[in-house]
Design a protein around this ligand. Structure first.
Ligand code: 13P
Ligand code: 13P
Ligand code: MG
Ligand code: MG
Length: 380
């Protein structure tokens, strides 16, 4: 049976501030989606991470289905009504349009979808992060699908031994390029190491072209032209028999690395893997969190979720993340804790700097004239 697994997410209001979701909002979203069970969709589940809500759906309508996207949009609209009633923070934050027009892409919500023939056993992992951007998946996807020191299956499993191909998107031009590993591994790394420009959209198995992983790649700031919160991405990864084992998929998260996001979407911080219940970033609105929800797909039904980071084996990663967080926080507003200037373009910082624009002068030209006074009128 060909199944489509769609994960569509949005921030439709924070409780309190940007730290978490409100149960009443989540409940309303769930109600709307569950009404479609057995009709438009086969099954569904709702996940939350920080102030974001993800709708996980199975169906047979393929990717980019207007019906499925419309259902998610309606659920988020209904949830937004509740968020507005409660005056939650940033109610409707990610719904950048007043109306739905066929596909949620470009309207604010993040989307990760894939269609596959359901295998005799179909384990999948849905990752969901808050206070970061889609490029947060670049490093773990490389490790899962191209690093034999992480994924033993690349060496041991005949179906994985030919490697995987990565579809990489330039978020500024909207153009994509497919890079084949292990042959072009260094080319891949040359691209995806630039996390503000390149993000991995899809990963395919070279053996037969099967889809292995897909991630949401929207950049809200590029859609809206201004800062409206970080993109807080989702990702689907297929596991076992010809794909990395669940443990190989989770392994990159056992050591935290530094991602863009955190406070005001303007800081670098460690990505902390947590259980569902601990995905409530509060310290300096962070540090950024990631959860992993495991499902067995069974005739389109979602058996799960299994809260995969709810394991003491990830305690050390969490402890290390806290140590890295302390070091970075010591840096205050200074780079590299704060993002570089180009990345701050879409925040409110340019407004502040505009005030000083006319006060810049060439120190060589005014040599001897400036004695420390500031012209009246420049003070406002
Ligand atoms: P089991 O022997 O527990 O089925 O595990 C097999 C495996 O591949 C683990 O990664
Ligand atoms: P979100 O992107 O999760 O809404 O966070 C925005 C923010 O400004 C956090 O400080
Ligand atoms: Mg928010
Ligand atoms: Mg968020």
């Amino acid at each position: 049976m060909r199944i489509t697994l769609s994960v569509i997410k949005a921030d439709i209001g924070g409780y309190v501030g940007h730290s978490s979701t409100h149960p009443k909002v989540v409940e309303r979203v769930r109600e709307v989606v569950e009404e479609a069970k057995g009709k438009t969709i086969i099954d569904c589940d709702i996940l939350t991470c920080g102030d974001d809500i993800a709708i996980v759906m199975t169906h047979t309508k393929g990717v980019d289905s207007e019906e499925i996207h419309g259902l998610a949009w309606k659920a988020f609209e209904e949830g937004t009504k509740v968020a507005k009633e409660l005056k939650l923070y940033g109610a409707g934050q990610d719904l950048l349009s007043d109306s739905f027009s066929g596909n949620v892409k470009g309207l604010g919500p993040g989307v990760a979808e894939m269609e596959f023939e359901e295998r005799p056993s179909e384990p999948v992992v849905v990752f969901f992060a808050d206070k970061t951007s889609p490029s947060a998946w670049n490093l773990p996807l490389y490790e899962m699908f191209a690093d034999p020191m992480n994924t033993a299956g690349l060496v041991i499993d005949p179906k994985m031994h030919e490697g995987f191909s990565f579809e990489v998107l330039d978020v500024y031009s909207g153009k994509a390029v497919k890079v084949r590993t292990p042959e072009e591994l260094y080319d891949l790394l040359a691209l995806i190491g630039s996390v503000s420009k390149y993000v991995i959209k899809n990963v395919y198995r070279n053996y037969d072209g099967e889809i292995a992983a897909t991630a949401s790649t929207q950049r809200l700031s590029l859609i809206a032209g201004k800062y409206v919160g970080k993109d807080d991405p989702v990702m689907i990864v297929r596991a076992q028999s010809g794909f990395p084992a669940v443990g190989e998929i989770l392994e990159p998260f056992a050591r935290p690395w530094i991602v863009e996001g955190w406070m005001r979407g303007s800081h670098n911080g460690p990505l902390m893997p947590t259980s569902f219940k601990d995905a409530r970033p509060s310290r300096f609105d962070g540090p950024p969190r990631v959860i992993a929800a495991g499902y067995q797909v069974c005739q389109g039904k979602l058996i799960g979720p299994n809260d995969l980071f709810d394991d003491p084996a990830f305690d050390y990663a969490r402890e290390e993340a806290n140590k890295v967080a302390n070091i970075l926080r010591r840096q205050g507003i200074f780079e590299p804790h704060r993002l570089p200037s180009e990345e701050m373009e879409y925040t409110s910082l340019p407004k502040v700097l505009k005030k000083l624009e006319n006060r810049f002068y060439d120190p060589e030209e005014v040599k001897g004239q400036i004695k420390g006074e500031v012209e009246k009128g420049d003070m406002d």
